[in-house]
Every structure is written in structure tokens, then in C-alpha cells.
Design a protein around this ligand. Structure first.
Ligand code: MG
Length: 372
């Protein structure tokens, strides 16, 4: 007995409304308030670990808020009694209990990393490899609107200190070309612009946009729905290329790297099943020279902290960008999370993830699982 045996898991549902009111992307998709799940994993010794998962609505990845909590009902009974700090054993137990559904496991794995850090007296960042540089550069996602409004938003966020911007495109190709040009016009050399179609273009639409911006300093992210379509576009354009939705695990990373299918990947913690699996992919990308946007699908304070620890422990050159989701939403899920300083954030120095959840503020848990 180490005292780190899991005795109870409490699952909370939290709505995270957006400061901007609405977040819109390809295909007319939008979200007004995110359905977020917070987990508290308690051990025999009384330590608490915190985790969070927040899908980008039910139609971005094969993931949805209610699904996270339904999946936990399958997985959590298999974790009770396990040592939370034995992350390999915890992940094996989750994968044996439920095939697939990586996002369900992400919050639980995150909470176990929090506990491992607390037990070691080390921030998760140090357990993941150590701190590189003083701060992590952030990008700002620009919700899909008319080209002038998007350029105006970029100018505003630029004044706040951001130097990297991700435009939500994936709409009408002519409008999208206008969005890209208007946005690039308000940026300086050295500032980064990504046009993220979020699978929204057909191949002929992607080809038109890529051709029309061939003189623009812009990255193209996930133009089409399938990997094969994206690879076709990749081979027709000289723009730097980011894959996101299709790179959902290590096997797809290996395949895409073998095909030379991208220059950068978007590594989302919950898309691949948690920090344990994200670290594996991160370490391979470092070795392969594939730069990464290190983030999650969405989230609040706990996810922002987890992103900061994973990103800050990644060599700076391979860190393309990250996201401070807690600055987009109106609700706090925890105290102690990284706060944006201009366009940067830093991993905390307290043990674990360095966040404290006020469970009273979350209302009653939706589910409580207790060891017999
Ligand atoms: Mg993306």
C-alpha cells in the first residue's frame, strides 16, 4: 500500500460559456457554451488529482460531453484500487475496459499525472522532461466571420500580445481567400497565420484556396475530411501544412510522417487519450523534427494547466503554438491555472498540475464511484 490507491472518483458537469458569445468554424458549425467534464480522483492517503475533458461540441471529433461521462461509467470501476501514480498500469486498465473513446480516458489520465506530481513533489512539467525556456507562445483562434471582422479581431488580439493566429476558414473558397488576405495584411513579418479549414473544404475548393494564396505567408491546416484528400492537397501546394483531425494517434503519425503528409501536427491531449499518450507522440515528433501545436479540443483551467505542462516540457523549436483556453471562457473551474501574460503562458511550479478545484463551486457531482 502506498496510499495512492484510487478510492473514489467524482465526476462533475460544468458549462463553459464563451466571452465572445459564440465560436464558429467550418460548415456553419458553432458552439455557444461548452459541455465540460471535471473529474476528482481521490486516493487512500487523501490526495486529490484533477482532470478535465471538453469536446468542441458534439460534431468536431467523435466525442461529446455526455459521452465523456457515459464512458467514465464503463472505465472508472476498473481503476478503483489501482495506484494512480502507476500511469502505464492505469492506461492499460482503461484500454482493456473500453476500446477506443480516447477522450473519455484523457481526464482520468490527467488526474493521475496530477497525483504523480503531487506524490513526487514535482510539477508535471518536470516529470514530462523539464522546462524549456521561460514561457510558451500562444495562438489566438479567430472564429469564422466576415473577412474584415476577422482582421479586426486579429488586430485587437495582437494589441494584447498574441503573435500567432489561427483563422477559422473551411467555408466558401472566395470568402476564405478574402479572410486569409485581410488577416495577413494586419500582421507583421515574423507573426504566424494559420488558415484552419477543419475538414470543411472539398478537394477542388481546397485547391482553389491554396492556389489563390500562393503568394501569402500562411499555413494550411486540415483542409479536407479524409487523410487521403488532405494528402492530395498537400502534394499540390507549397504552403506549409498542418494536420490535425486525421492525426488521432501514434499510428496515424507514423503513416503521415512516412508519406511526408505534413510539416506540423496539432496534438490535442484528449484526441489521443491523455497526457501519457500525448507525451509518447510529442517525444516522437521531437525526434522526427515535426513541430507541434500543443493543446486540446477545448477546456477551462485544468486543461489549460495540462497544456502548459506538456508544452513547456517540449523543446522550444518544436513548439509551434499552444492555447490558453481559460482566457476564452467565462467560468473558472480551478484556481492556480496559468494566466496569459501578453501572448505567453508558463507551466506552474507547484507539485502536480498546480491547480485547485473548488468542488463546492461545481455543484453536486453527476456521478460518484467508490471502491467497495
Ligand atoms: Mg485544427
Amino acid at each position: 500500500m502506498t496510499g495512492m490507491e484510487i478510492t473514489e472518483v467524482r465526476v462533475y458537469q460544468v458549462d463553459l460559456p464563451l466571452k465572445e458569445g459564440r465560436y464558429s468554424w467550418a460548415d456553419g458549425k458553432f458552439v455557444d457554451a461548452f459541455d465540460c467534464t471535471v473529474v476528482v480522483v481521490e486516493t487512500a492517503g487523501g490526495a486529490k488529482g484533477y482532470g478535465e475533458v471538453c469536446p468542441l461540441g458534439p460534431f468536431y471529433l467523435p466525442a461529446f460531453g455526455k459521452g465523456a461521462r457515459a464512458g467514465m461509467a464503463e472505465v472508472v470501476p476498473h481503476l478503483l484500487g489501482l495506484d494512480a501514480t502507476e500511469l502505464g498500469c492505469v492506461n492499460l486498465a482503461m484500454d482493456r475496459a473500453l476500446l477506443g473513446h480516447p477522450y473519455v480516458k484523457s481526464a482520468l489520465d490527467m488526474a493521475c499525472w496530477d497525483l504523480a506530481g503531487k506524490r513526487a513533489g514535482m510539477p508535471v512539467c518536470d516529470l514530462l522532461g523539464g522546462r524549456h525556456g521561460t514561457a510558451v507562445a500562444l495562438y489566438r483562434a479567430i472564429s469564422q466571420e466576415a473577412p474584415e471582422q476577422m482582421a479586426e479581431k486579429i488586430a485587437g488580439y495582437r494589441d494584447e500580445g498574441y503573435t500567432k493566429f489561427q483563422l477559422k476558414v473551411g467555408g466558401d473558397p472566395v470568402d476564405d481567400v478574402a479572410r486569409i488576405r485581410a488577416s495577413r495584411n494586419v500582421l507583421d513579418r515574423g507573426e504566424i497565420l494559420v488558415a484552419d479549414a477543419n475538414t470543411g473544404w472539398l478537394m477542388h475548393e481546397a485547391a482553389r484556396v491554396c492556389d489563390a494564396v500562393s503568394d501569402v505567408d500562411v499555413y494550411i491546416e486540415q483542409p479536407c475530411r479524409t487523410y487521403e484528400e488532405c494528402l492530395t492537397i498537400r502534394r499540390r501546394t507549397a504552403r506549409p501544412f498542418v494536420l490535425d483531425e486525421n492525426v488521432d494517434g501514434l499510428h496515424m503519425l507514423l503513416r503521415a510522417h512516412g508519406d511526408g503528409a505534413m510539416d506540423v501536427i496539432n496534438l490535442k491531449i484528449s484526441k489521443v487519450g491523455g497526457l501519457t499518450k500525448a507525451r509518447q507522440i510529442r517525444d516522437l515528433c521531437v525526434e522526427l523534427g515535426v513541430a507541434m501545436t500543443i493543446e486540446d479540443s477545448w477546456g477551462g483551467d485544468i486543461i489549460t494547466a495540462a497544456i502548459a505542462h506538456l508544452a513547456h516540457s517540449t523543446p522550444e523549436r518544436l513548439r509551434f503554438s499552444s492555447t490558453d483556453f481559460n482566457s476564452y471562457v467565462t467560468v473558472d473551474t480551478a484556481s492556480g491555472a496559468p494566466q496569459r501574460d501578453r501572448g505567453y503562458m508558463s507551466a506552474g511550479t507547484a507539485p502536480g498540475l498546480g491547480v485547485e478545484v473548488d468542488e463546492n463551486a461545481l455543484g453536486a457531482p453527476e456521478a460518484v464511484y467508490t471502491a467497495a
